[in-house]
Ligand binder design. Structure first.
Ligand code: ZN
Length: 303
């Protein structure tokens, strides 16, 4: 399995892989897949990113992980300035390179920091995060939004920061297509949640995604939507779609004071989302840095 992933990684290094929105089947022969997801992590001078990365490494040692997803706010406070920004080494490669698995990244508002507040003297270049795909063995962002399949799972990576009518039309068109042969589960992910008990519940973008994205997830039977932005761990369910927030990837966590009516479990904790999928079962676990599950037993969906 690991060998197969590295074959894919080598292929994805080709410049032609950039600006590609459909990567096709990454692990065509896999009958099952194990992946992790987290957001809101690349912060200098704090211990939490290392703690979450170590927890993922322990999980990987006991039960190998084939790929990862990032849920945005990859680089605080103001994103990266170019493909040569030291943050790629200091805040990415150091922590996740040793896992030797590809991570399929998405962008958050901090990756787009536009010269305001703390970023007044330098703004992030989100395109540098796309282009860094050529220089890394683990970082994969072929476009700002894109899709791929791995084993029985079809993945759709969204850019919820630059979300517009064009992107909405793209995801609607992709979700309307019948899934490729062998796909049993559909996972959509991006930075902003569609519902959250965290402090961003009143964000205009969160409200907009409730109106513009959630109906597509429901209508096209998406099984799981993963997001970050709020620095906590949460599982919600709305109209049959399971929503996970795993924004405790490395920045300071925030309290979960009010509970959204769709919330099933929430914790103000660092950690990550761990998903195991085969043709019959999809299991999602929110782990803290001690690998304690937020829900016991973990959430499971079967076919
Ligand atoms: Zn954010």
């Amino acid at each position: 399995m690991t060998t197969a992933v590295w074959a894919v990684a080598a292929w994805a290094l080709a410049p032609g892989a950039l600006a590609q929105q459909n990567l096709g089947a990454l692990l065509p022969a896999a009958v099952s897949i194990h992946f992790v997801a987290f957001g809101d992590f690349g912060r200098r001078g704090k211990p939490w990113e290392a703690q979450v990365a170590e927890a993922i490494a322990r999980r990987n040692a006991s039960d190998p992980v084939q790929l990862g997803l990032t849920l945005g706010d990859n680089f605080y406070e103001c994103g990266v300035k170019s493909v040569h920004d030291a943050a790629f080494h200091d805040l990415w490669e150091v922590f996740y390179g040793p896992l030797k698995i590809p991570f399929y990244a998405t962008l958050g508002n901090h990756d787009y920091a536009r010269g305001e507040g703390a970023c007044a003297f330098g703004s992030g270049d989100p395109q540098a995060e796309v282009e860094y795909t050529r220089l890394s063995r683990t970082w994969r962002m072929p476009a700002r939004y894109y899709m791929f399949t791995a084993g029985p799972v079809q993945f759709f990576a969204l850019d919820t920061v630059a979300w517009d009518r064009r992107e909405r039309a793209w995801i609607e068109r992709q979700l309307s297509e019948p899934p490729p042969a062998g796909v049993v589960w559909r996972v959509v992910y991006g930075h902003h949640p569609v519902y959250t008990s965290g402090r961003h519940h009143i964000d205009p973008r969160v409200k907009q995604l409730q109106r513009e994205l959630l109906p597509l997830l429901v209508a096209h039977h998406v099984d799981l939507y993963a997001a970050g932005h709020d620095h906590d761990l949460e599982h919600l369910r709305v109209e049959g779609v399971d929503l996970f927030i795993a924004g405790g990837g490395g920045d300071e966590v925030r309290g979960v004071e009010r509970r959204e009516r769709h919330s099933l479990a929430a914790a103000s904790a660092h950690g990550f989302l761990d998903v195991e999928a085969d043709r019959l079962r999809l299991r999602g676990t929110l782990f803290d840095t001690d690998l304690h599950s937020l829900e016991n037993p973990p959430w499971e969906k079967t076919r």
